[in-house]
Write a protein that binds this ligand. Sequence first.
Ligand SMILES: [Zn+2]
Length: 249
Amino acid sequence: MSDPYGRTWWGRKWWRALETIGLNYPDQRIVKGRALAGHGAVTGMSIDPGKVTGRVTDTNGTFETEIRIPVYNASAWAAGMTALSLSPSCVAGLLAGRLPKRIDDVLAETGMRLLPKKFVTEDHNRITADCPCADNREVCAHIMALALVSAAKMDDDPWLVLLLRGGPTRDLAGRLRAARVASMDAAQPVLAEHAEAGPRFTARLRSRQVSCRRVRTARRSRCRAAPDRCRTRSTRAVPRSPDPLLQAS
Ligand SMILES: [Zn+2]
């Protein structure tokens, strides 16, 4: 029987992320947290940008609990959406209503990460938790129960993970398409210069310090948008199946 808390990779990773703030696995707090979650001890749970909140009731009383994680701002998400829009596997996954497994690898190109790696505590991934109970560890059984119940909620609605990090949750297809078009428009001057300069372009890149990443992005965009017209010799960037983002337009 599958775990009811974390049936998906993102739900499981969310509650296991509490290991980043000192929970050892396995830990008795997880066992007690599971029991509390299973008995409906968590009520009034809410997942919002930057925090998960809820009330947890046991024999000692009712506790207002909260788990916090930093959010990314709009410009960070704009860069993140551009990176995702250029990844066919991520586009396909998101359009299918799930978080693709590569999403954090792709977002890492822009310095972002949806769910923290275990035991990594950079400021932008730092999770903190509060519960007024007598357990002086940052993760108590009540926090664990809240994490488990919220993980189950995220299993059913992956966009809650994006919401938690301050990301967009509506019209993802439209946003991905717009991000792709914007990146192609931004790349046009570089593409034009590339076409004009040909093999000498690499040397000019170095001398004028034009971003190589912009060129790669431009090439990849062009390959995916019009593979039959692409002059790039390498075929690695051409997706084997039709681009789902272009199909959705
Ligand atoms: Zn507690």
